[in-house]
Design a protein around this ligand. Sequence first.
Ligand code: FAD
Ligand code: NDP
Length: 512
Amino acid sequence: MRYRGGLLYKTVWPSAFTRRLESRCYSSGGKYDLVVIGGGSGGLACAKEAADLGKKVAVLDYVDPSTQGTQWGLGGTCVNVGCIPKKLMHQSCIVGHHLRGSQAYGWNSVKADNTSHDWSVLVENVGNYIKSLNFGHRAALIDKNVDYIKAKGRLLNSHTVMTVKGKQRETLHADNIVIATGKRPRMLHEVEGMSEHAITSDDLFWMTKKPGKTLVVGGSYVALECAGILTGLGYDTSVMLRSIPLRGFDQQMARLVLEHMSINGTTVIEQATPQHVSRKADGRLCVSWQDAEDVYDTILVAVGRESRLVDTGVEELGVQLDNRSGCILGGFEGEAERTSVNNIYAIGDVLHGQPELTPVAVKAGKLLARRLFSASSLQMDYNLVPTTVFTPMEYSCVGLTEEDALAHHGTEAIEVHHAYYKPLEYALPEMSHQQCYIKVISMRKAPRLVLGIHHTGPNSGEIMQGFAVALRMGLTLSTLQSTIGIHPTTAEELVKLQITKRSGIDPHVTGC
Ligand code: FAD
Ligand code: NDP
């Protein structure tokens, strides 16, 4: 396979200017108030906040190439191989969807059966946008006098970090060290032929060759989002789940997401795991599983992510890790990000047991810097974190799942209000809205505190952000129901909820 993310990256900025930035960024050594290992969402936020508080800061960022050789610039997972390229590609699918339906709105220019998509244009434009973000991050560090060191960080002791770049070594003294090294996709090495032939999300967004017929292995966020994108861009896509979709999410909602994907063209293979992969003479990949096999152009493995702390010196130093996840244990001395070793902290995906989301890493990093370098004592609150799964039918939620609410409070104590609704956006042209659904879980007893909100539908992420604020403020069912809607929106369906699951009344809402 030919993935040329690295090559593309090198060509975009005038090389003389890049070299000037590099030399500026490499100018430092010596003593720091803070050394951050990992220049992703959390690390950059923490470093910049500390610099704003007048501290001397260095950030080390280094990207090991993916199994297929893809590499990228400063900014971590979110910017390069996560949220940003994913959302842009999701948006490309939405644009295609609108294009195909545009005649119903009177547009003559695009015939429904005459739209075609050019993968290479999308990848090039997404890639260029990412490179502008890489550049912006570097410029911001320079602006704040943060030393950016493009090297791997290794802890020698609790105050010394060694920078490793090829054969070059440098040691930095740090009063405080923050580990923000994130995670990388796990490969199914145990399946013969897989690591040789398959890609992961670290490759997908940088692939210059179009993916073609694709098998996505996995059933959670990354797998379903990628499968949704590939289907939306017109590729014959299958997703293979070994168990349930979206583990940890409300399962009624997860099923709606999967059902919508299936109706919209993704082949869903359930209760299956790949067993063998081989390349055929024509270059295509033959995959076998339990009692079947098929041939694909691309296999995308999305079976979770792993921290890669080997070679970072953390274990040797006595930083405690969780046995199962391999992530850093926090929570020492009552501080979520404090590790078992004094003055060493962990934030973001590498911290065990917290939501692996960009805004979480960013907020935790900023708050930690403020606690370390100002009078602040404000701790990060990891509860009530809202999230969106950017599948073709977006799913957003905040708070408890119905399963968790039942387990914590029991059937008699909770009430579930729900509704199937039809977004006006799906009226012209008529589009499938069977999976547009809202569920609000609350306590039954006054003051009927809302415990969880779940929503599938267009723009779900935009809708949930505001409701997440309300939930944090102690939203009650009566406040929700007494709020006046904005008409005609899909968000208003949330404040119009009247039907309880307990009542057994048909929850399909119609009209105003
Ligand atoms: P990262 O952003 O991963 O940054 C860690 C950095 O440290 C990397 O650059 C890494 O190369 C570097 N590094 C590692 N080891 C070393 C070392 N020893 N020395 C120097 N540098 C090192 N979250 C959302 O909120 N919304 C989304 O829509 C979303 N979509 C996603 C889609 C995908 C496909 C994926 C994979 C993730 C997505 N996420 C999303 C999750 C989000 O990207 C992560 O939660 C976030 O990037 C974590 O930030 P971090 O700072 O902990 O780590
Ligand atoms: P997850 O750990 O959430 O899910 C892993 C998936 O892979 C599960 O479906 C799991 O199945 C399956 N799996 C694990 N091992 C195997 C195996 N050996 N064979 C087949 N299937 C297997 O990982 P993701 O990579 O999807 O997501 C990681 C994190 O990234 C998320 O928790 C999220 O925080 C973040 N993210 C956020 C996004 C967003 O905000 N929109 C988007 C993407 C990622 P099983 O359930 O059976 O264990």
